[in-house]
Design a protein around this ligand. Structure first.
Ligand code: AHR
Length: 768
């Protein structure tokens, strides 16, 4: 076997800028019950069935006596915070909050800041506040608070925990005869991240800072645009102006992930957080369009939405003499936040958004030409909606286009060269959401291999971030995720360490280098897309008729099928490389669903599927299932009407798939062969640290070696991640991969099986 040799020409090439960052969304209780350090759940009695059908105004509270305690709305704290608790104690009454997870995490010796708003109805009253565990055991010395104001007034107290518990409770006791109104009952650890009030959990904030992200995309994806147009509607899209100012004046909001969002962690806090972790803020604003409900503001009424964008830029960057700059200064941040990026829309699908985007773009660029504007290309890696987004970006000269994909590792391996052919002159790609479907080490290593390709293409790829970021393990909406936690523990996933390596050792520029004698890449799958043919129901009743296969010049007819639920029947198969399948399909059920037709089906876990009416009957897609992991390769918007018969055709030519419905082309995609390279590498230089970083990824089970024909790393250091392919971190089992940070000398660089490495130079080799 010949030596693989690295030679470095040492020419600096494309700048990497802010390439690798993070994306925060309040999904999986990432904000409330997560990053936001508030320990009380439902602190202002605003939970409601619109958030979640199981919620009501006293969710997470236990009331001792419903006769004495009830939620009312006649005399609210303010117009944005309508519900409060009326206490009219016929006898001693208590209310107990259970916090999140199994309860509050009280730590011995730590201090906790309690506050609440009260209006006393009949003179001076005493309220006792206690921190206990779930058995009622005292955790801190109880405190008695005298309340006497006949106006709503805030009272506070500080506690020091004498014991540690993860089943903490907050208990308020009202003696018999108490008549008061209570709202915004809050408890924060004194020790928040960077000791800011109304802020972020210290451990989770540190976990983010340790990533060294270059940017923070916030406050969400679907969370931003799934909602009503009226900003005062409880189910409104995320409107940033609702999320700043005194927390008690921020309206509670329906979180589209099925819970309640207090907005306690709002835009001001996100800007502070960006600053605290050294990341560029990258807000996502709704583009007056909700693709989830086909809802959009009339073009004549875009003014408020565009003003929201202009005002946000002024809020972030304006001087204290500007209207919104003054608001920022009053909130305690005299210096500008230096906002550089702004995204309009998230995963937008449909012409309505793209008819509106130009209005935002023109108005923002006219006033703030230096703001980098981000357009969107929908939730799929290819297809008609994806192309629509890119077309809009090119026509409008957007700076970046947000691409999203959640796919199997095979897709990432097959798409290593996706960005090689992008136009360096055109808008840059922003991979605003991606992940490879599992939190196992193999997936993380494959993500690392893909990230070397993103780095290599930094002249075409501007920004990239994994998604989602956080998951409270007791409230999972979506997996995989980057960081798992509960109320007391944090467990970064194995994927986290890959992201961290790439952020920490990103560098400022690519460097020209050459690898000679690289072993042959291994072709895992370049076979034809043939095998079983199976019509399939997808959650509604469907009828397949006239199913025909044409291959090798012959046409075979199969029996029609009436299917329901997830029923599937293999009607036939083919071993031809080129073939055509035709069928008629009719949806007879009522559910907002469609049907599937599987082809090239080896088994249920390994198949190609034409999805007709996927994602709530909105799409036609080509999907692969590889070892049980699905990938949507291409998408076109399409809906299957009930009782209408569609004539459908699939043509497979080698690895090329084309579909038609009633003669109209729907999907077209070339499925590239699945090839595994023996190593994936990239070399960068960091002008600030005067260091070279050589990253190398081995996704195989064989050790690889590189001879370094350069002295750059002869006296350097090595950061290396290795693990078993199925290694996974969990709470309580946080170190399932090995992380080595060791000196490196010599010229022989070993890449163990399933490894991700960064070699670092320590000597000064350049002057700039
Ligand atoms: O990251 C989770 C979700 O995935 C985001 O909200 C959305 O943009 C995408 O569909």
């Amino acid at each position: 076997m010949k030596d693989t040799k690295l030679t470095v020409t040492n020419e600096l090439t494309a700048p990497l800028n802010d390439l690798f960052g993070i994306f925060f969304e309040d999904i999986n209780h990432a904000a409330d019950g997560g990053l936001y350090a508030e320990m009380v759940q439902n602190r202002s009695f605003e939970f409601a069935p619109i958030d979640n059908s199981d919620y009501q105004a006293t969710t997470a509270w236990e009331l001792s006596d419903p006769q004495s305690l009830r939620v009312a709305d006649k005399d609210p704290l303010n117009t944005k915070n309508l519900h409060y608790l009326t206490v009219d104690a016929k006898q001693t009454a208590t209310i107990t909050n259970a916090g999140f997870n199994s309860g509050m995490f009280y730590q011995q010796g730590e201090q906790y800041n309690f506050s609440f708003f009260v209006k006393a109805l009949n003179g001076t009253q005493e309220v006792t506040v206690q921190l206990t565990d779930d058995s009622g055991k005292k955790i801190a010395a109880p405190q008695s608070i005298t309340v006497e104001s006949h106006q709503w007034l805030k009272y506070s107290a500080q506690f020091t925990a004498e014991q540690t518990t993860t089943t903490g409770r907050l208990v308020l006791t009202f003696p018999e005869g108490t008549r008061i109104l209570v709202d915004m009952i809050s408890l924060f650890p004194k020790n928040t991240f960077n000791h800011r009030p109304n802020y972020v959990r210290a451990d989770l904030g540190e976990t983010l800072k340790d990533l060294h992200p270059k940017f923070l995309r916030f406050p969400g994806g679907c969370l931003v645009h799934d909602g009503q147009l009226d900003p005062d509607n409880r189910g409104a899209m995320y409107r940033w102006k609702n999320s700043i100012g005194p927390v008690e004046q921020r309206p509670a909001r329906r979180n589209n992930w099925g819970y309640n969002q207090t907005l306690g962690l709002g835009y001001f806090e996100y800007f502070e957080l960006s600053e605290d972790i050294g990341a560029e803020p990258l807000p996502v604003l709704p583009g007056a369009h909700d693709p989830h409900h086909d809802r959009e503001a009339p073009i004549a009424q875009l003014g408020d939405w565009i003003d929201d964008a202009l005002d946000l830029i002024e809020f972030a960057n304006g001087s204290e003499n500007s209207k919104w700059g003054k608001v920022r200064v009053a909130l305690g941040h005299p210096k500008p936040f230096n906002l550089k990026y702004l995204a309009i829309g998230n995963e937008e699908v449909g012409q309505a958004f793209f008819d509106r985007y130009p209005y935002f773009h023109k108005a923002i660029k006219a006033k703030y030409p230096n703001i980098k504007l981000i357009n969107t290309s929908g939730p799929f890696a290819a297809g008609a909606e994806f192309e629509r987004g890119w077309k809009s970006a090119r026509e409008n000269h957007s700076d970046l286009v947000d691409e999203h994909y959640y796919t199997a590792p095979t897709w990432f391996l097959a798409n290593q060269h996706r960005y090689d052919s992008y136009d360096p002159k055109g808008p840059k790609a922003f991979i605003g959401e991606y992940a490879s479907k599992k939190n196992q080490w193999y997936n993380a290593v494959v993500e690392a291999s893909y990230m070397t390709g993103l780095e290599r293409n930094a002249d075409k790829v501007g920004l990239a971030c994994y998604a989602p970021l956080f998951c409270n393990v007791d409230y999972k909406d979506w997996t995989p995720d980057l960081i798992f936690f509960n109320q007391s523990e944090v467990s970064p996933s194995v994927n986290y360490y890959v992201q961290q390596l790439f952020m920490k050792y990103q560098g400022t520029n690519n460097v020209d280098y050459h690898l000679a004698n690289v072993p042959e890449a291994k072709v895992i799958d370049d076979g034809p897309l043939n095998d079983g043919l199976s019509p399939q129901a997808d959650g509604t009743d469907v009828k397949f008729e006239n199913i025909r296969l044409t291959a090798n010049g012959q046409t075979k007819q199969f029996k029609g099928q009436s299917l329901s639920e997830k029923q599937t029947i293999r009607v036939g198969s083919t071993d031809a490389d080129d073939y055509e399948v035709a069928f008629d399909v009719t949806k007879v059920g009522d559910e907002p669903k469609g049907a599937h037709f599987c082809f090239g089906e080896q088994d249920l876990d390994n198949t190609f599927t034409w999805v007709l009416g996927g994602w709530g009957n909105t799409d036609s897609m080509i999907r692969t299932m590889t070892n049980g992991m699905d990938t949507d390769w291409t998408q076109t918007s399409w809906t299957m009407n009930k009782n209408q018969t569609y004539h459908c055709q699939i043509k497979v030519s080698g690895r090329h798939i084309t579909t038609w419905i009633d003669g109209e082309k729907m999907n077209e995609i070339e499925i590239p062969p699945f090839v595994v390279q023996p190593m994936y590498t990239n070399l960068t230089y960091d002008k600030k640290a005067s260091q070279y970083y050589f990253k190398a990824v081995n996704v195989t089970d064989k050790q690889q070696e590189i001879t370094l024909d350069t002295d750059l790393f002869a006296d350097g250091s090595l950061y290396q991640l290795t693990g078993l392919p199925d290694a996974e971190n969990h709470l309580g089992m946080t170190n399932q991969i090995e992380r080595r940070n060791v000196p490196f000398s010599g010229h022989q660089f070993i890449l163990p099986p399933y490894s991700v490495s960064a070699l670092m130079s320590t000597k000064q080799f350049r002057t700039q």
